[in-house]
Design a protein around this ligand. Structure first.
Ligand SMILES: Nc1ncnc2c1ncn2[C@@H]1O[C@H](COP(=O)(O)OP(=O)(O)OP(=O)(O)O)[C@@H](O)[C@H]1O
Ligand SMILES: [Mg+2]
Length: 724
């Protein structure tokens, strides 16, 4: 097999190994994903049927790329591979086997927003108020428990007798119950239900065990308990399994991922063989040295070596900025320089951040500087309100028990069915133990609902019935166009004619186009299948590599990717690492791994940026720079605008202190001469006297007793006070 020549010796050994369970443990950029890809091609060339191989990746995008690669190596038969994320693969299996778990194959898949809305409805219906938890928080807790496979009955056994725990349990139980009644699953169910399916139906299990002759898993360090169980249950006679990962890149413990799955592999899979890859093909020596100097501060890790034959490369550049706007502007300017000097295209550049909220300032600057960019994550296309509205219609046509979707569209577009009437119908439905959809047909029996509104409901129901009838006769594309047309949504947004409504208009057009494309690519695709697919699309999956634009994304979404030039932004305590003061060591270690992931995305050059002050939570906060910068080996970076550049040779700490002092000196005279007792004037509040001054720098506040407006606390920086 000629393609094996593209591998180094260790990689080839891992690819050819076939005598039992094995795990590749290796640092970033050492070719773990490549090994997995080649191994699949190798197995098929050796005669294994593609449809008997199950390969699990972290994103749909990664699966798509891997499949393309394999297709290029061995041809079209690669199409038949079972390749995708855990969620998409098991959604497919659940659909086929739904009757064994008392679901119907057209079940809806609820995304996080749908789940939160369901939690909120449950809390309202049960009249439960959880003091410290918003519906969002409750959903988060439920999801975390489900990821650890703790179901309501398990939770009940372990919980304390406190009122809060009991109430939470009640909500959790009812939430599960409602999902079932709605013939719906949340994301976590897509992992839990298959376990239930396989445990309770040995015949089904043995069918899939026979079918999957080999299981391969990428990014194994980020599997959670349920995923791990699934691998264990399915792994064919425990030997045809190959997983690859890097414990130093485990960054999803907040979502229930367990590094110990990796550490315990040898225990759990008997006679497991461990392969190590040590040569990095991605980054320069400098970048690797920098990454290594930071990650070695973590106590918990599997020892690994990583070296490269690549060039020494340039030092990292650390850029100091005065605030987030300045940071963004400096990045934009740098990008222009880099593209020219290095002859790069914009595609070669990524800007990474810890928090989605950091993207706004960056986007503003890029727009101003006319640099095209694409942003990954944020509000994803299929999560946008107007898109979800149309999808909710389609979901109801597919699954009439989906009460969440039905509630979403009951009065959208407005048809005079108010919340009070809806509550009354729901009460009726619960009393008779029937669905809300069925209640609509019997709305004339719900005497509490006004006659006029009963008629509206009836009409709405008739319209839905018509489309339910049509759904098997028309293509999805025809069905949706007809529906959108009848609802008059496009017309409504057009008439509104605001920038926002026009954006919604475009998005619905885009949705119609996407559905048309789906139809062309999957002529036999059903509405159920289409809905399942779009429910599982994540931001990163829509990433268009070809568009010539800079990529903006969170560090989390950058996992597995590589770019010639990488900017890592917001390197300040409280941002990256996020809230260090209140957190345990293990959280700091996870932040450090995240920083390691960020650094190791880069092939040629890394820029690290931090701002002295940043607007957060409605005020300007003074920032100290990230400990991760301090941890970097001094030989691996240079600073521009920063203290080090002007005062080389001084101890870093001293220089930093001085630089902060300096930054205060920058403030204008006016502000520094403010004193308790000074008389000042303010553009809106008029004349007043300063009672107190607290804090300093950008966060300095003054308390002023105004003659006509009482006493106020103002941020000096923005108050624009004049001494009189
Ligand atoms: N033997 C090799 N010869 C040439 N290039 C290689 C070789 N092995 C890997 N590469 C290249 O090195 C880069 C990193 O490989 P890959 O993405 O598989 O690493 P990884 O270990 O999966 O990284 P990560 O930990 O970030 O997921 C890719 O561009 C890949 O094509
Ligand atoms: Mg990889």
């Amino acid at each position: 097999m000629k393609f094996l020549n593209d591998l180094n010796e260790e990689q080839r050994k891992a690819v050819e190994y076939n005598s039992g369970p094995h795990m590749v443990v290796a640092g970033a950029g050492s070719g773990k994903t490549r090994v997995l890809t080649y191994k699949i091609a190798y197995l098929i060339e050796k005669g294994m049927e593609p449809e008997s191989i199950l390969a699990l990746t972290f994103t749909n995008k990664a699966a798509r790329e891997m499949k393309e690669r394999i297709k290029a190596m061995i041809g079209k038969k690669a199409e038949k591979l079972w390749m995708g994320t855990f969620h998409s693969i098991f959604a497919r299996i659940l659909r086929a086997e739904s009757k064994h778990i008392n679901y119907r194959p057209n079940f809806s898949i609820y995304d996080r927003e749908d789940s939160v809305s369901l939690v909120s409805n449950v809390m309202q219906d049960l009249n439960i108020n959880l003091e410290n938890l918003t519906p969002n928080g409750v959903q988060h807790k439920i999801s975390f428990l489900k990821n650890q496979m703790i179901l309501p009955e398990d939770y009940e056994k372990e919980m304390s007798s406190s009122a809060a725990d009991r109430k939470f349990h009640e909500v959790y139980k009812e939430y599960q119950n409602r999902l079932f009644m709605n013939n719906a699953m949340d994301f976590d169910d897509l992992l839990l239900k298959p376990i239930e399916l396989f445990t309770n139906n040995p015949k089904v299990l043995s069918k899939y065990k026979k079918m999957f002759k080999y299981i391969l898993v990428d990014e194994y360090q980020d599997t959670n308990k349920a995923q791990y169980e699934l691998i264990k249950i399915l792994s064919p006679s425990r030997d045809k399994i190959c997983v690859v990962g890097d414990d130093a890149q485990s960054i999803y413990s907040w979502r229930g991922a367990e590094i110990k799955n990796m550490l315990n592999f040898k225990k759990d899979f008997k006679d497991a063989k461990i392969f190590r890859l040590e040569q990095n093909y991605r980054s320069t020596k400098m970048i690797l040295a920098a990454a290594d100097s930071v990650i070695k501060n973590n106590a918990e890790q599997i020892a690994k070596t990583l070296w490269t034959e690549n060039n020494d490369g340039e030092q990292l550049t650390i850029i100091r900025a005065s605030d987030e706007k300045d940071e963004a502007l400096q990045i934009a300017k740098r990008i222009k320089k880099e593209v020219t000097n290095r002859k790069l295209s914009l595609n070669d550049i990524a800007i990474l951040y810890r928090l989605n909220s950091q993207s706004r300032a960056l986007e503003d600057a890029l727009r101003r500087e006319k640099i095209p960019y694409k942003i990954i994550g944020g509000v994803e296309f299929y999560r946008r309100k107007e898109v979800k509205d149309v999808l909710a219609y389609l979901r109801v046509l597919s699954n009439q028990d989906d009460e969440e979707s039905l509630l979403r569209i009951m009065n959208f577009p407005q048809r005079g069915i108010g919340n009070t009437s809806i509550s009354k119908m729901i009460a009726f439905a619960r009393r008779l133990n029937i669905s809300l959809f069925t209640t609509m047909a019997r709305v004339f029996e719900v005497i509490e609902v006004k006659e006029r509104i009963q008629k509206n409901v009836k009409q709405f129901k008739l319209m839905l019935d018509k489309y339910i009838e049509l759904k098997d006769k028309l293509s999805i594309s025809e069905l949706t166009s007809a529906l959108v047309d009848e609802l008059g949504i496009l017309k409504m947004y057009k008439e509104e004619n605001t920038p926002e409504s026009m954006a919604r208009y475009d998005n619905i057009q885009e949705l119609l186009r996407a559905i048309q494309e789906y139809n062309q690519e999957n002529p036999k695709g059903t509405l159920d299948e289409f809905l399942a697919e779009v429910s599982l699309v994540a931001g990163i999956d829509q990433y268009d590599e070809k568009a010539n634009a800079v990529t903006l994304m969170t560090v989390h979404s950058a996992k597995g990717l590589e770019f010639p030039v990488v900017f890592i932004t917001g390197l300040e305590e409280d941002i990256f690492p996020l809230s260090p003061r209140f957190d345990s060591d293990s959280k700091i270690e996870e932040e450090r791994r995240l920083f390691y992931v960020a650094l190791t995305r880069a092939q040629q050059k890394v820029f690290l940026t931090y701002a002295r002050s940043r607007y957060r939570f409605g005020e300007v906060a003074y920032q100290s720079r990230s400990r991760f910068i301090e941890e970097l080996d001094e030989a691996t970076y240079v600073e521009v605008n920063g203290p080090g550049s002007r005062r080389a040779g001084r101890k870093k700490k001293e220089v930093i202190d001085e630089y902060y002092q300096e930054s205060y000196d920058d403030f204008d005279q006016e502000r520094r001469s403010l004193r308790v007792g000074s008389k000042v004037s303010h553009a809106i509040f008029g004349v007043g006297k300063i009672l107190a001054i607290t804090g300093s720098g950008d966060t300095q506040k003054v308390t002023i007793a105004f003659e006509n407006h009482g006493t106020k606390n103002l941020l000096t920086k923005f108050a624009n006070l004049k001494l009189i």
